[in-house]
Write a protein that binds this ligand. Structure first.
Ligand SMILES: [Fe+2]
Length: 222
């Protein structure tokens, strides 16, 4: 099992969040299975470029993040909505509850979305997020990460995970990363540096492939 348990004591919030009673399975009805998920037409090219959502360019290291979404047999998951959200280069979210003493960037909101193409591939342009403190334990810092959400064919099929960066020294100390019990599964959450996808004189690139099922499945949050 690659996914983290509901309860992982070193990740303190899970003590409050984890269910204490057996889960009750709610049967899906026709509306959850067939209702509209989102308007495909409203996802435009500009949604996937987080560096061009404001008047000016955001501060930070420009990066390209690409990847392929596939099932356990390597078949592409096409036309699926991939959403990302992240902190700015200073490690601050554009969100009212983020009280980290780091600057907001007027040119960076940190949210983007894209549809996978006929080969299951997605692509974002963004800036590398900074690490931020999070008070889980003494001197706790989240490693740089990008949150990912994938929508399936229905509103009730949504998967959430986080992408990390290779070589980040904070990974060793992060309880959220380590809530994924299996070392090989944890490695699947680390993007790989992709020199071929970099844009010379302009942006570095990282590749983050997402596998929905099977032995090499990407770990997802409960
Ligand atoms: Fe985060």
């Amino acid at each position: 099992m690659a996914d983290p348990d509901y309860l992982y004591v070193p990740y303190r919030l899970t003590i409050l969040r984890a269910p204490r009673q057996p889960l009750v399975v709610l049967p899906e009805t026709l509306s959850e299975c067939t209702g509209p998920v989102f308007g495909h037409d409203s996802v435009t090219e500009s949604c996937s470029d987080l560096t061009r959502q404001h008047a000016g360019e955001p501060m930070g290291q420009r990066i390209i993040v690409t990847g392929r979404v596939s099932d356990e047999d390597g078949r592409p998951i096409t036309n699926t909505l991939v959403e990302i959200w992240q902190a700015n280069a200073a490690g601050r979210y554009f969100h009212e509850v983020d009280r980290h003493d780091a600057p907001l960037d007027p040119n960076f909101t940190g949210g983007g979305r894209a549809l996978t193409d006929s080969n299951g591939c997605y692509r974002f342009t963004t800036i590398k997020p900074g690490a931020y403190p999070w008070q889980n334990h003494k001197n706790a810092w989240r490693p740089a990460h990008i949150h990912f959400s994938l929508f399936g064919a229905s509103f009730s099929s949504r998967l959430i995970t986080q992408m990390y960066f290779p070589g980040d020294p904070l990974l060793d100390f992060d309880p959220i990363f380590h809530s994924v019990p299996d070392e090989s599964s944890r490695q699947l959450l680390i993007a790989r540096f992709d020199l071929a996808a970099t844009k010379p004189e302009w942006a570095l690139a990282y590749r983050f492939d997402i596998v929905l099922r099977g032995r090499h499945a990407t770990p997802f949050e409960a």
